[in-house]
Design a protein around this ligand. Structure first.
Ligand SMILES: *Cc1c(COP(=O)(O)O)cnc(C)c1O
Length: 374
């Protein structure tokens, strides 16, 4: 039996988005971001799809995810973008993962691990252009490149940075970062005796910053069908039409008629003001339908929007279907996605959650059973 709430992931939408990114990337290779369980869409399935469509690499957050990809048989480059601790070094070498390295100590540690295994480890070096998170300061970057050249078990195959304002449509900040990065890359590449891939663009860099494609691009959110600034619904007709890949549906448990003056949910925060028909849904905060959505969110039933009434519980929510004819137990309610003319996207859910589409997708996709379609 299917669970009473399901996340549907459209392979067709993922492929469509990959092709849009490819068209935007020109000759640049595409490193497909599959961290956080592919933004909640399921890492193994998404990795297989993007690899099959010609991604130049896959990127995960930490080594354990990369190991899972290797164990699933993926042979293409797997980049470890975030979690690199001294404890990760041995696994990185053993599974031929490519880490982003930004300090001398880690570089030497990785070199030692590679040397004892008689291997040469491919790494990408990271410069910090204002993220203030990982990376090395621009003024220290060339010293790191030079150090790498003294380590025979290390091969620098890439240079990268991450845009702190990549999600802004006004690309002026990112444009300046791009200028600084390309200047630094051209100096660094002179120190490296072989070809080296320079990459800067996440989805925002790819779509909003002219000339940021460089050798490779690193789209994440765009692959899953959203713009980083949450403006999918407001995107101009001339912009590439990304297609959201995730939908979330639930089976209506029960339809009831409440008299005026009846309260709904914990705390009795909502009281009916007229005869009200409610539909009870099998979703709550345990499924990622956050309590913050209480009294705020809407779902789609019978092709029309229905308002959430009162507080969201752990496993149940209540919506008002008074104005929607012929709703019955067993019908489908759409929490995220389209039904008829009505559509609720992750940007709208994010507004109600006071969050961003990224967080909505990661949360919902990982807490609910996924079904792949198309
Ligand atoms: C997550 C990530 C990306 C992708 O960012 P999106 O905004 O989802 O496109 C790109 N580069 C790095 C280093 C990342 O960690």
């Amino acid at each position: 039996m299917e669970p009473l709430k399901r996340v549907y992931v459209s392979r067709g939408a993922l492929a469509h988005n990959f092709q849009l990114c490819r068209a935007q990337a020109g000759d640049a290779g595409i490193i497909a971001l599959v961290k956080a369980d592919a933004y909640g869409h399921g890492m193994p399935a998404c990795a297989r799809l993007f690899a099959g469509l010609g991604a130049s690499g896959l990127a995960v957050a930490e080594a354990v995810e990369g190991i899972a990809l290797r164990e699933a048989g993926f042979a293409l480059p797997v980049y470890v973008f975030a979690g690199l601790a001294p404890q990760s070094a041995a696994a990185i070498v053993e599974y031929r993962l490519c880490p982003l390295v930004s300090d001398a100590h880690m570089l030497q540690l990785l070199a030692r691990e590679a040397k004892v295994r008689d291997q040469v480890l491919s790494v990408h070096l990271k410069v910090d252009l204002g993220m203030g998170r990982q990376g090395t300061l621009p003024e220290d970057f060339l010293a790191l490149v030079r150090l790498a050249q003294t380590l025979p078990s290390i091969r620098v195959d890439g240079l990268m940075a991450h845009l702190p304002k990549g999600d802004e449509r006004d690309g002026s900040h990112s444009g300046r970062a791009l200028t600084a990065f390309t200047r630094l890359c051209s100096e660094a590449c002179r120190l490296i005796p072989h070809a080296c891939s320079c990459h800067l663009a996440n989805s925002g860099g790819l779509f909003y910053v002219a000339g940021a494609q460089l050798d490779q691009v690193r789209p994440g959110i765009a692959l899953y069908g959203y713009y980083p600034d949450g403006a999918l619904g407001r995107a101009a007709a001339t912009e590439p039409r990304l297609r959201p890949a995730m939908e979330w549906k639930a089976t209506i448990l029960q339809v009831r008629h409440l008299p005026p003056g009846h309260t709904v949910g914990y705390g009795c925060t909502y009281t009916t003001t007229r005869p009200t028909t409610i539909a009870v849904l099998p979703v709550g905060y345990a499924d990622g339908y956050l309590r913050k959505l209480s009294g705020r969110a809407q779902v789609v039933v019978g092709g029309q929007r229905a308002q959430v009434l009162g507080r969201i519980s752990m496993n149940l929510s209540v919506v008002d279907v008074t104005a929607i004819p012929r709703v019955a137990a067993g019908d489908e309610a759409v929490l995220l996605g389209r039904q008829g003319e009505a559509c609720i996207d992750a940007d709208e859910l994010a507004t109600w959650m006071e969050s961003i589409n990224y967080e909505v997708l990661c949360l919902i996709g990982r807490l609910n059973e996924r079904v792949y379609i198309d």
